[in-house]
Design a protein. Structure first.
Length: 537
């Protein structure tokens, strides 16, 4: 249901939340400037105009010292409206950067102030206005704490992106089988609509069939994988008995590739065929080379900022220890290869043993394509690294998730509310929903402050969905019915035909989005709202 808010009431609510229009305030002492603008990258030898979020030191994003408040003036020089979400942080809801009717986009040339106490760890920021995220309106948000500051480790940030020379509207039009004008109109309706409004995409309402998997029906950009047996892995990289048809589209074969047997499930992968994959804005044709000391100690902060791609992180000859996920500490998990879903983050501790160059690679699930950077000791030659691996990677799964144990879990408590969310949809027609509802015409999940809430995410589809909850952190407490004392996160992967249960405390009143972080699934309807009772705005 849409809410009418007077200008005076809205300004009063904004003041209470700490968001003040630039014309109504003077600059605060110690305020950092973050500029939303445009820049030019060279990708595959071609120039590309993209967005960017540049901090006060000229680096991408914001870096805060231990104990420092998030006091930021967002200056919009992008040439169009924008709205930035501080992914994983817990600000008051009107500072969250989601396009509610009460939190409209920031006009070009305007300045928006933010002020809240951040939580420490590896986070990121991205636009929630239209599909600007695909055009690289993203950046790291790194908040130190006392413990990491004392580690005496060199910090290396690795930000992953998927890149296309097409406009996001063209990409979405190709997926939905429409034209770019209709695609743009779809995004505008999602931006300006509100729950209960009449701006629901009517063409989608009649197509979604909750509980039915529309599998093996790619639109010309997706890839399929045969999946006999269980959709969830048993803790290894590959799933038992999985056929690997070279990531061919359903119904096609590559030379020497086994085809799916009758009755096998077909998993949909990689909605979009991208032109390149970037690591800190660069491809492996000219990767970033980070110089490290021999015997050096590194904290690698990895952010998957891709709009529609998931990766396997490959440390090569190095062994790392995952010590944090989505900014929250976990008991160390050692290994050389780790999955990372869209919007997730991994903190990996690496000790560089000898002289040499050490590629840190991110391989796209279901393919051999990869990107990355290189850690190299002083004077070590840096060999050329191919942008394709020798073999295709399997789908990203929850093999790591099953091994993670939070260092600071939720306090033991019985839930006050248990809610099931069914994830529905498919590739043809390209429609995605939550409980059979499409954003913005959704029924909010209503909460009371202080409740312990558990949500059972049930994936009825043949594609993975990285589910992100705004304004809260949650703990993963079960996967496919198996209880775990899992990681504290803000984004969790729900594999095809799988079930994941999360728990959180309702301690941040407001209106909060809950959505799939595949940008195109979100635009095609896979968003809902969590709202607190008793709100006056």
């Amino acid at each position: 249901m849409s809410i009418d808010v007077s200008r005076r009431a809205l300004l009063g609510a904004a003041l209470a939340a700490g968001v003040v229009p630039s014309a109504a305030r003077a600059a605060a002492p110690g305020q950092k400037r973050l500029i939303a603008g445009t820049r030019t990258l060279e990708v595959n030898g071609r120039p590309a105009r993209v967005f960017g979020l540049t901090g006060p030191d000229g680096r991408s994003g914001i870096y805060l010292a231990a104990g420092e408040r998030f006091r930021v003036d967002l200056v919009n020089e992008a040439g169009e409206p924008t709205l930035v979400h501080w992914h994983g942080q817990l600000p008051p809801w009107m500072q969250d950067g989601f396009p509610w009717p009460q939190t409209q986009a920031i006009a070009n040339g305007a300045v928006q102030g933010y002020d809240y106490a951040p939580i420490a760890g590896t986070y990121w920021m991205h636009s929630h206005h239209g599909m600007q995220e695909q055009s690289l309106m993203t950046a790291p948000l790194i908040v130190q704490d006392v413990a990491t500051a004392r580690e005496d480790r060199q910090e290396v940030v690795l930000m992953l992106h998927d890149f296309t020379f097409r406009t996001p509207d063209e990409v979405l039009a190709g997926l939905t089988g429409t034209d770019t004008a209709a695609s743009h109109d779809m995004v505008q309706k999602a931006e300006t609509g509100s729950p209960g409004s009449d701006t629901m995409k009517p063409s989608m309402a009649s197509h979604d069939m909750p509980g039915m998997a529309m599998s093996g029906t790619g639109t010309g950009t997706g890839t399929g994988m045969a999946m006999p047996g269980k959709p969830e892995s048993n803790g290894g990289m590959t799933q038992p008995g999985m056929a690997m048809p070279g990531m061919a589209k359903p119904g096609t074969a590559q030379p020497g590739a086994p085809m799916a047997e009758p009755g096998q499930m077909t998993m949909d992968l990689n909605d979009v065929e991208y032109d390149a994959f970037l690591a800190n804005d660069r491809t492996l044709a000219d990767p970033e080379v980070v110089r490290v000391d021999r015997g050096g100690r590194v904290r690698l902060r990895i952010v998957n900022g891709a709009s529609s791609s998931q990766f396997w992180i490959d440390l090569g000859t190095l062994t790392g220890r995952v010590v944090a996920t989505d900014g929250h500490d976990v008991h160390p998990v050692a290994g050389r290869r780790f999955p990372i879903a869209m919007a997730q983050r991994l903190d990996i501790l690496i000790d560089v043993p000898t002289i040499g160059a050490f590629p840190i690679l991110a391989q796209l699930e279901g393919t051999a394509r990869q990107t990355g950077l290189v850690l190299a000791t002083a004077g070590a030659p840096v060999p050329r690294v191919a942008d394709t691996a020798r073999t295709a990677a399997p789908p990203v799964d929850n093999s790591l998730e099953m091994r993670l144990v939070a260092i600071r879990p939720l306090a033991a408590r019985r839930p006050d509310l248990v809610h099931t969310v069914s994830l529905n949809g498919g590739m043809r027609p390209y429609v995605w929903s939550m409980n059979g509802e499409y954003w913005p015409k959704v029924t909010p999940l209503m909460l009371n402050r202080g409740q312990r809430v558990e949500i059972d995410l049930v994936n009825q589809t043949m594609m993975s969905h990285p589910m992100h909850l705004h304004g809260h952190t949650f703990q993963v407490i079960a996967i496919n019915g198996r209880p775990i004392q899992g990681a504290v996160r803000d984004t969790v992967l729900v594999a095809p035909k799988a079930r994941v249960r999360i728990a959180f405390d309702a301690d941040n009143p407001g209106r909060w989005a809950f959505h799939c972080h595949n940008l195109y699934h979100m635009q095609a309807g896979m968003v809902t709202e969590i709202r607190y009772r008793g709100m006056t705005v």
